[in-house]
Design a protein around this ligand. Structure first.
Ligand SMILES: Cc1cc2nc3c(=O)[nH]c(=O)nc-3n(C[C@H](O)[C@H](O)[C@H](O)COP(=O)(O)OP(=O)(O)OC[C@H]3O[C@@H](n4cnc5c(N)ncnc54)[C@H](O)[C@@H]3O)c2cc1C
Length: 517
């Protein structure tokens, strides 16, 4: 996947079948769907793939036990089905993970015990391992840092776990393998219109300033929390659709949860769900659900959210957690859909929403990472209908994603490259300097930075350290320490001057500081 040939095609192509705006889970999923059906597909991303919400999730491919508790069975069944498909089509990126629900009250054991059995049943043929019940002793033997006071035992059920930004990169590669052009750093700046109908987009390459007018039979807005800004290109008076809700996560040392399974607190003191999830040899703790008035590209954790996670962690884990022990804190915005709206709303599931404006702009939003494939199928079906494209059936049900490898792997940073791992090994074996980890607290090597720039369209130090490797999301201070080395490797690879290295390092250090508390 390379930027230059994509730009060349952008200059050449007279008309695309589908133009997708936004390179998060939703847009990239649509690109895979459309390209694999054989449509001429263009995806334009304002900054980097998954820079928005799609790199800031809890990293779960799940049916959502919470929705089961709310009685939203159809949503759970759909998500469990998608979970099963993704485990099958991308085993290098999604692994099975056990989740303990500890019980501290007499009623929780039977209540959650029945709940997880129903969850098993709803997954049908695509189910994962069966849930089990643990006594208090078994629970503490397996989860030694769990608060023992009042503990009665627990239930373990299984769900999927993944690396969100790496799956996004894999979707871009899969779409490209099927002929799509997926460009990062190429924002859509306006919509082309003919006779009142949307007929394409205006875009600009952020690196060179070159502008493009791209014609497309169908234009799809998949901009997550930024969807309303694109809808306003179409109609400046349109009423807002999105109500953003912020969620934050801490990443801490593995010693906080020295086990191979996660813990879910389904009902915290203030009625929220909190996860402790082992991830890339660290522990992810989150999340919150805080309505926010402003949509920012880099949302910041609020003090009340930080306090909530510290307080709740102290309630359930015996190892004390101080602010200084938090290796990284990151925030993301959920694109929740407001009820109502005047347009022709086709709510194809209660989770995601597809809207077609009077001028034919299609907006797809809501949903979650787990259901990105189904969202994409529904959105491309809607585009076929709206733009009267020749009908081609969806192929993603059984479509193996880029790097597909047989067998199931734990979510390991190195294994998430799938079959590309062999090429990556060749790269480092040719230059032993690239083979060494860049930092003793991080699993990543110099070869992965070069690989990211050469094959995964990483254009900035942030792309390489935040989303191609997950350095920033695992340990912000360690990521700051390796920024100069990463900048040097990228500058060599991409042919950028020393001034670029300096500016990129400084920019990354400023950003990474905001991931520490
Ligand atoms: C805290 C939190 C935890 C979550 N945990 C989970 C989980 O564990 N499992 C799960 O299944 N789901 C989870 N989700 C939900 C999931 O992450 C989101 O539903 C999903 O990532 C949304 O993807 P998206 O593509 O719609 O939006 P985004 O990822 O935000 O992508 C939109 C993109 O559009 C781009 N864009 C904006 N304007 C323009 C423009 N003018 N031109 C071009 N591009 C533009 C942006 O740069 C951005 O990259 C979580 C969400 C949050 C907030």
């Amino acid at each position: 996947m390379k930027r230059e040939p994509f730009l060349a095609r952008l200059r050449e192509e007279k008309e695309w079948d589908l133009i997708l705006i936004g390179g998060g889970a939703t847009g990239l999923g649509c690109a895979v769907d459309a390209a694999s059906r054989g449509y001429k597909t263009l995806l334009l991303e304002k900054t980097d793939f998954a820079k928005g919400t799609s790199s800031r999730s809890t990293k779960l491919i799940h049916g959502g036990l919470r929705y089961l508790k709310q009685g939203n069975l159809s949503l759970v069944i759909e998500a469990l089905h998608e979970r099963g498909l993704l485990c099958r089509n991308a085993p290098h990126l999604v692994s099975h993970l056990g989740f303990l629900i500890p019980s501290y009250h007499w009623w929780e054991g039977p209540f959650y015990g029945i709940g997880v059995k129903v969850y098993d049943l709803l997954a049908g043929k695509l189910g994962l391992e069966k849930s089990v019940h643990l006594s208090k002793e078994e629970t503490l033997a397996r989860f030694p840092t769990l608060e023992p006071k009042d503990l009665r035992g627990g239930s373990i059920y299984f769900d999927g776990q993944f690396d969100d930004a790496r799956l996004a990169c894999c979707l871009a590669q899969t779409a490209a393998n099927h002929g799509a052009v997926c460009l990062n750093y190429c924002p859509v700046t306006g919509l082309l219109k003919e006779n009142g109908r949307v007929s394409g987009v205006f875009a600009q390459d952020s690196e060179t300033g070159e502008t493009f007018a791209c014609r497309g039979k169908a234009v799809l807005n998949a901009c997550g929390v930024f969807s309303d800004a694109v809808r306003r290109f179409d109609d400046p008076n349109t009423s807002p659709l999105i109500q953003p809700s912020q969620g934050i996560h801490f990443v801490v040392d593995r010693s906080y949860l020295p086990t191979d399974a996660a813990v879910i607190i389904p009902h915290t003191d203030d009625n929220r769900v909190l996860f402790f999830v082992p991830w890339h040899n660290h522990v992810l703790i989150g999340t919150t659900d805080t309505p926010v008035p402003e949509i920012q590209a880099e949302p910041r954790p609020l003090e009340e959210e930080i306090d909530f996670i510290l307080k709740t962690t102290a309630r359930y884990l015996t190892k004390p957690l101080e602010r200084s022990q938090v290796l990284t804190v990151f925030a993301g915005l959920r694109p929740l859909v407001k009820a109502g709206g005047k347009e022709n709303t086709a709510a194809l599931s209660r989770d995601h929403v597809i809207l077609v404006s009077p001028s034919g702009l299609i907006t797809i939003t809501g949903g979650k990472w787990t259901t990105y494939r189904k969202m994409a199928q529904d959105a491309v079906d809607k585009a076929i209908e709206t733009a009267k494209l020749p009908n081609a059936p969806c192929r993603t049900h059984d479509l193996r994603l880029h790097g597909y490898e047989e067998g199931r792997h734990p979510v390991d940073a190195w294994l998430s490259y799938g079959s590309d791992r062999r090429l990556l090994s060749d790269l480092s074996s040719r230059n032993p300097e690239l083979e060494r980890p860049l930092h003793s607290r991080l699993p990543y090597t110099g070869a992965e930075i070069v690989w990211a720039a050469r094959h995964e369209m990483a254009r900035t130090v942030e792309d390489a350290l935040a989303r191609r490797t997950r350095s920033l999301f695992l340990d912000a201070r360690a990521a700051m320490e390796i920024a100069p080395a990463a900048a040097r490797l990228m500058a060599q690879e991409l042919g950028f001057p020393p001034a670029w290295e300096k500016e990129q390092t400084e920019q990354f250090l400023r950003l990474a500081k905001s991931y520490t508390i």
